[in-house]
Design a protein around this ligand. Structure first.
Ligand code: WT7
Length: 701
């Protein structure tokens, strides 16, 4: 029986498991047609951005921008690892993304909004219109809310043009925006309001998702209660309206606190707000992301360096020209959307598409219909979306007459099989693919092929970007040689302009998280002594291409989005019946990884569907639907070390049908068998091998 099961499982290898068996893949080359029009065709870029020209090489990116005052120091390393870029310079991000394009492009679409319902026609916002709307809203923020540079504002909005308009209005005033992904719960939003110290929350009444108009403003009410409990009072809530003349939300307005934006805006009609020249080092925004410990961290991004980095990479790696129609399907509530829907493309005067809804609504052809209708020629999405579209409509792309010149994949490792479908079926063998590896902390791409210069290799992100000196270090701080086949920790040896400034309000955590592990000398002011630790495992091939294996810490990458296991566990522990909780990643065919939850109950309690239900609900309300676990298993006993530490690594092995390795030293080895029976049934057998990141998963606490 066990034998049959084993055979069956081996023949049913899922897409996500293909990663385990990766071999060296063959090269694919960009077409002459692509090369003929590309922004970056000079191989001299490698030399120009080599170590001997560092850090001045990054002037080339900064020079793509319009500065109010040119900087005097390109890189200041006097307070490691708090690097400063383009010091002495003054610049405004809103001016660079809007005003400076008016002379040449005022009638060109800056944004094209595609509502989820196909009956609603796409809406174009020209650069001139964007200018007017950003100015009016900036006037409202300044005069009605009293906001000024350095203040923080939390924005909890869906994918609508009012979101970039809000961000750019903040940037115009030097107000630091903190956009919280619209799918996050009111609780999650409230914690971020409190941490950032925002007095103003900007939201919307509702939005479309899967054909339904979802109520959204209710989350604002919850978030304000949570923020208040944490000691932060919000005095104004600005609510954008999804449909003129309608209210999509049943939640009541609180007098003198909640305001409809469209009722206030006429007071600011036609007003012009001069863009505030900001210090290059002034924070532009906060973006919260999960880490190994419970509390999400506010990644603080600077104005000058960040904008220079996303503009440079949008031009050279995304190959954006002003005449392109560029569509990134990410949500603006994540860093990908900030850098590569809003700031990078708009700084280059591109047309950036914003799609409100679900890629497969109302059917598997929707994405390709949008591409055809808008004549999109640059497309940007995640492996999860690609897997989903492939499953839902393998042959759909060929039914539509669109032509991409360039496609990006980002957020997770992409399986070579899935890569080939993207290349052959979606890209119709015409488009180059850039597999871009980076993180919320990084501002922009760290590894990718240069689209007209480097061949592509399915499953590998590629070499370090120009000016990014990436290396793999082992646990003994030794560099792992290219071609050794050994995995290690990918690090960036040098500072770059897109790297975050710090964790908002927590300098120590910034140093501990990213620099403590490989710092060679804490007293050194030489950047060579401060490699950046990314917390990803990777392998470096002889050709200098990095293949990213996944996280080495307690972070689960669900559909390209980071969730901390500790965050989910602390949510579970708020259910009174729960004594212990352990969250582990499980391989999922579409989403890459999903969380699975193990629970031990308080003594004397019996497992019941009601408890499972409670745990499910609490995860959804405290974090959001994105964190929904595949299963919640109530087990009699958690595997533990003799000192009482929870063995998440063993649970992860069980959940993924992998071998648990030696468990004889545990305090309760019998517990593992019981857990395995519960998770897999009596006839279960362990497969010997599993994905690299899961083998390493789980720090014990
Ligand atoms: C983590 C960062 C900023 C991009 C969106 C996600 C994983 C990201 C790739 C890639 C393999 C990737 C890493 C990284 N990741 N891009 N091309 N290939 N893995 O940003 O939420 O900060 O997550 O996503 O594990 O550490 P994020």
């Amino acid at each position: 029986m066990a034998d049959i099961r084993k055979k069956q499982m081996a023949s049913e290898t899922t897409e996500a498991q293909i990663a385990v068996h990766w071999r060296e893949e063959e090269y694919y080359y960009p077409s002459a047609k692509f090369i003929g029009q590309a922004n970056l065709t000079d191989p001299g870029i490698v030399e120009r951005f080599s170590e001997k020209n560092y850090p001045e090489c990054f002037r080339e990116y900064a020079d793509l921008l319009s500065w109010d005052k040119y900087w005097d120091t390109t890189l200041d390393t006097s307070d490691p690892p708090f690097w400063k870029w383009f010091v002495g310079g003054k610049i405004n991000a809103s001016y660079n993304c809007v005003d400076r394009h008016l002379a040449k492009h005022k009638n060109k679409a800056a944004l094209i909004f595609v509502p989820e319902l196909e009956a609603e026609a796409p809406v174009s916002v020209t650069y001139r219109e964007l200018y007017v709307r950003v100015n009016e809203f900036a006037a409202l923020l300044r005069d009605f809310c009293g906001l000024k540079s350095g203040d923080r504002v939390t924005i909890h909005m869906p994918m609508v043009p009012e979101l970039p308009i809000t961000m750019l209005a903040c940037a115009r005033l030097g107000v630091i925006h903190s956009v919280v992904f619209g799918g996050f719960s009111g609780e999650a939003c409230g914690m971020r309001i409190a941490d950032s110290g925002s007095h103003v929350l900007i939201t919307m009444d509702g939005y479309y998702r899967n054909g339904k108009l979802l109520e959204h403003k209710a989350a604002a009410d919850i978030s304000l209660d949570i923020a208040k409990k944490e000691g932060q009072v919000v005095d104004k809530v600005l609510v954008w309206r999804r449909h003129a003349g309608k209210n999509a939300s049943a939640s009541p307005f609180v007098k003198a606190r909640d305001f409809w934006v469209d009722e206030l805006l006429p007071n600011y009609s036609g007003q012009i707000v001069p863009p505030v020249p900001m210090d290059s080092e002034a924070p532009l925004f906060l973006m919260y992301t999960s880490g190994s410990t419970g509390k999400p961290k506010g990644c603080q991004h600077r104005t000058g360096g960040y904008l220079a980095y996303v503009t440079g990479t949008s031009k050279y790696i995304q190959d954006i020209h002003p005449e392109d129609v560029y569509w990134c399907m990410a949500d603006i509530g994540w860093i990908t959307g900030h850098s590569y829907i809003v700031y990078g493309p708009l700084a280059l005067a591109a047309t950036s598409v914003i799609y409100e809804g679900v890629p497969t609504y109302p059917d598997a052809g929707r994405v390709w219909r949008i591409a055809e209708r808008l004549d999109v020629n640059i497309f940007h999405t995640s492996p999860t979306a690609i897997r989903m579209l492939r499953k839902a409509g393998h042959d759909e792309p060929s039914k539509y007459n669109y032509h991409f010149k360039h496609m990006t994949t980002v957020g997770e490792p992409i399986e070579p099989e899935v890569w080939r479908w993207y290349y052959e079926t979606v890209g119709k063998r015409e488009a180059v693919i850039a597999d871009t590896w980076w993180q919320t902390e990084n501002g922009g791409f760290l590894c990718s092929t240069k689209p007209a210069l480097d061949p592509m290799k399915p499953g590998s992100a590629g070499p370090g970007m120009p000016g990014i000196y990436a290396a793999i270090y082992d646990e003994n701080h030794q560099e792992v040689a290219a071609g050794s086949g050994k995995a290690g920790n990918i690090c960036i040896r040098n500072p770059w302009p897109g790297i975050m400034q710090t964790i908002w309000g927590d300098r120590d955590r910034f140093v501990a998280q990213y620099y403590a592990k490989y710092c060679k000398n804490r007293n050194s002011k030489d950047w060579h002594d401060w490699p950046y630790f990314a917390a990803d495992g990777a392998v470096l091939a002889v050709d200098g291409y990095f293949r990213i294996l996944g996280r080495v810490d307690d972070v689960i990458n669900v559909a390209g989005h980071r969730l901390g296991t500790k965050e989910i566990e602390s949510a579970c522990l708020t259910v009174p019946e729960v004594a212990e909780a352990a969250v582990v990643p499980v391989v999922d065919e579409i989403k890459g990884r999903v969380p699975e939850v193990y629970i031990a109950l308080q003594p004397g309690l019996v497992a019941s569907p009601e408890i499972v239900d409670k745990v499910n609900k609490v995860i959804e309300t405290m974090i959001g639907k994105i964190a929904r676990p595949r299963r919640i298993l109530i087990v009699p006993d958690m595997p533990k070390t003799r000192s009482g530490k929870l063995m998440r690594r063993v649970l992860a092995a069980v959940s993924n049908n992998m071998s648990t390795g030696d468990i004889s030293t545990l305090a309760n080895p019998d517990a593992v068998e019981k857990v395995r029976e519960m998770a897999q049934g009596k006839e279960s057998v362990a497969l010997a091998d599993g994905p690299e990141d899961l083998k390493k998963f789980g720090t014990e606490d």
